[in-house]
Design a protein around this ligand. Structure first.
Ligand SMILES: C[S@@+](CC[C@H](N)C(=O)[O-])C[C@H]1O[C@@H](n2cnc3c(N)ncnc32)[C@H](O)[C@@H]1O
Length: 361
């Protein structure tokens, strides 16, 4: 297991302790400093764990669960059929229990390490469920981890020790407008950590700002008819990154579909994170880039991340092409180079009409 940079005494003592598995399944240990029995996880939390899975996990999600404990949450997550379910566990007596759970549930990946060890791994999760114990990483690192490892609009839930809804530290300083609380009625026997009759389950909808906007650099822009190269041979396209302020570009408006000749002010090329792929490579565009599609028989402007299968795109030959698939790749290590034209008219890329303008927000 990777070393903790700042282990707390409780964390060190907990991981060195011999755990007790009580007759009802609760997990406890004796804290040598306090000379007391402390609970790690208790069965009365079952309704909380089930609510957490219910409000956060959808079938086909990629889920990260931090802290296996009694496996109550893990069982509830599995019932919702995730595509993948990574579970981290640090206590040596609980790791074999996690291994057994993984052997019975093929979508589970057991990680015998702390959740922070996954920081530099590829990919992002749809859901992160945080329920660790004596965890010195949690408050200094969790907000940053979520930013790096969660998809935009991914669901994040965690243990709300506060009994309320207001403590900003409990909420990792995430803004209130992106957090909802689900109330769960509970009936805990007296214990060391939570003795109320209502639990407020927090769910943060992760906001991962997009970076850059444009169309993948390998795309081509349709030029006006009659454009020639320096040798006088006709050319019909230019890579989008090579269009400049003397290129004569073919432009149109689907409501009035006559092609016009226009010249851009210039092109803008930048790095971007996350790209949508329409119809298996027909067009690759960042989420906030403006697009023109026909939906319910009407042409309109939408951001790329608002398009749906069934929308129609406009082609330069005045025909339409239906969107039959939209895929999204937001893995961190796929950093794309994208480009767009600064121009006052809608232009064609890979033969498809693209809306001018837009912003990265
Ligand atoms: C409260 S229990 C989790 C209970 C679990 N949600 C359930 O439904 O049974 C906390 C668990 O987190 C584990 N843990 C503590 N620190 C951890 C860390 N940094 N990474 C992963 N697991 C950790 C503990 O060993 C313990 O099993």
């Amino acid at each position: 297991m990777a070393k903790y940079e700042t282990p707390s005494d409780t964390q060190r003592n907990y991981h060195a302790a011999q755990l007790t598995f009580e007759a009802n399944g609760d997990i406890t240990w004796i804290n040598p400093i306090a000379q007391e029995k402390w609970e790690v996880m208790m069965g009365w939390e079952q309704p909380i764990m089930e609510k957490m899975a219910e409000v956060c996990v959808n079938e086909g999600d990629h889920v990260l669960e931090c802290g296996f404990g009694m496996g109550i949450l893990a069982t509830a997550v599995q019932a919702r059929k995730p595509a993948s379910h990574t579970i981290c566990e640090t206590h040596p007596q609980l790791q074999p229990k996690l291994a057994e759970f993984a052997s019975n549930n093929p979508t589970v990946r057991a990680v015998n390490d702390r959740w922070l060890s996954l920081l530099d791994e590829r990919g992002r999760y749809d859901v992160i469920l945080m329920d660790t114990y004596a965890d010195a990483d949690l408050h200094p690192r969790f907000a940053y981890f979520v930013k790096r490892k969660t998809k935009h609009n991914g669901k994040v839930s965690w243990w709300n020790w506060s009994g309320g809804k207001t403590d900003p530290w409990m909420k990792f300083y995430w803004p209130d407008e992106h957090i909802v609380f689900h109330d769960v009625n509970i009936n805990p026997p007296e214990n060391q950590y939570y003795n109320r009759s209502v639990y407020h389950l927090p769910v943060y909808t992760a906001q991962i700002p997009s970076k850059g906007f444009g169309i993948l650099e390998s795309s081509v822009v349709q030029l006006s008819d009659g454009v020639t190269d320096h040798g006088g041979d006709p050319i019909s396209t230019l890579p989008i990154t090579r269009v400049h302020n003397e290129s004569v570009v073919s432009c149109a408006d689907p409501a009035n579909p006559t092609l016009t000749d226009q010249t851009p002010v210039r092109g803008v090329t930048m790095d971007a994170r996350g790209i949508y792929d329409i119809n298996n490579g027909l067009l690759k565009v960042t989420g906030t880039h403006p697009m023109i599609v026909k939906r319910n028989g009407v042409w309109g402007e939408y951001k790329m991340n608002e398009l749906v299968v069934g929308d129609m795109l406009y082609k330069r030959d005045n025909t339409e092409v239906e969107i039959t698939s939209i895929d999204f790749d937001d893995s961190d290590d796929n950093k794309y180079i994208v480009s767009r034209l600064l121009i006052d008219h809608n232009y064609f890329v890979n033969d498809i009409l693209i809306k001018e303008g837009g912003s990265s927000a």
